[in-house]
Write a protein that binds this ligand. Structure first.
Ligand SMILES: *[C@@H]1O[C@H](CO)[C@@H](O)[C@H](O)[C@H]1NC(C)=O
Ligand SMILES: *[C@@H]1O[C@H](CO)[C@@H](O)[C@H](O)[C@H]1NC(C)=O
Length: 261
């Protein structure tokens, strides 16, 4: 996982340069001026750090930043009842892969007859007590999804991935998507953003290593065919019927794939 240099550190480094000049013997600054500059500098740095950590403390704010307003992981929480309609019994053991997986797993665990696990592909920033406990119990793992998942084939009845494939280049998608299909016994549900949100966000690049690339449904369908993945028409139909009944139009693309064995 590539980590970008810490911007607050960079700020502190460049921020220290004026002080070197101010303290240079030739410039003979008054002691009061130096102290004043130090105080202002310190306040700027503290303010900057405070701002940075404050913004990250809210999971919802972080999710909303992901792609300029639409988060498929947030959307997923609304989709659970529809997925239950489409998959019925296949919701018994679910693996969610995506950011904020602790909150998704906690929601899924509230469902009757559903066991849930999670893979967090990025860092667990600001994990709360509940999340730390899920990690401690081995229910949630942090794993780079560019590499094989630490699970045996067909470990889960259903695998759901949200806000994660949009950050992978086609080279990694070729490995990761079949890998997600490998660990499921009944199906793989992919939630991905619609094209048209291509703006690169600084926060996004530093967290995910690259900005999201939202691909059209025809791009995805071609990708599935190339990789020998088939859509499950029964699941598609049941899901669409359940959505129509509730007059619900998902703001993310939802693909239903058959498992790969
Ligand atoms: C992904 O896999 C497909 C099918 O095997 C291949 O045609 C394509 O070139 C691959 N893409 C990359 C970027 O490796
Ligand atoms: C397709 O999805 C349905 C649930 O809607 C499931 O029962 C069935 O096993 C799936 N078919 C295949 C071939 O995976």
């Amino acid at each position: 996982m590539s980590r970008r240099p810490n911007t607050s550190r960079r700020f502190a480094d460049s921020g220290s340069i004026p002080f070197v000049g101010a303290l240079h013997p030739k410039s003979r600054p008054s002691p009061l001026l130096s102290v004043g500059l130090l105080v202002v500098g310190a306040l700027l740095i503290v303010g900057y750090l405070y701002h940075g950590s404050g913004g990250r403390s809210s999971n919802i704010a972080a999710l909303n930043r992901l792609d300029g307003g639409v988060s498929c992981t947030l959307e997923l929480q609304k989709l659970v009842p529809l997925l239950k309609k489409a998959y019925g019994d296949s919701m018994r053991t679910v693996l969610h892969v995506g950011p904020e997986t602790c909150s998704v797993v906690s929601e899924l665990l509230k469902e009757e007859d559903t066991e849930a696990w999670g893979v967090e592909p990025y860092e667990l920033d600001d994990a709360d007590g509940n999340c730390r406990s899920l990690v401690h119990k081995g229910i949630v793992r942090v794993a780079d999804i560019k590499f094989p998942l630490p699970y045996k084939a067909k470990s889960f009845s259903l695998v759901i991935v949200s806000d994660a494939v949009d950050y992978l280049s086609p080279r990694y998608l070729n490995k990761t998507v079949p890998e997600l299909a490998r660990v499921s016994s009944d199906g793989l549900v992919i939630l991905s953003g619609y094209p048209g949100h291509q703006r690169a966000k600084v926060a996004e690049v530093s967290k995910f290593g690259r900005p999201a690339k939202f691909r059209s449904s025809s791009w995805w369908v071609k990708f599935f065919i190339q990789n020998g993945l088939e859509e499950n028409e029964t699941a598609v139909k049941k899901f669409e019927q359940a959505a129509a009944k509730k007059a619900y139009k998902p703001s993310c693309q939802v693909f239903h794939l058959k498992p790969l064995h």
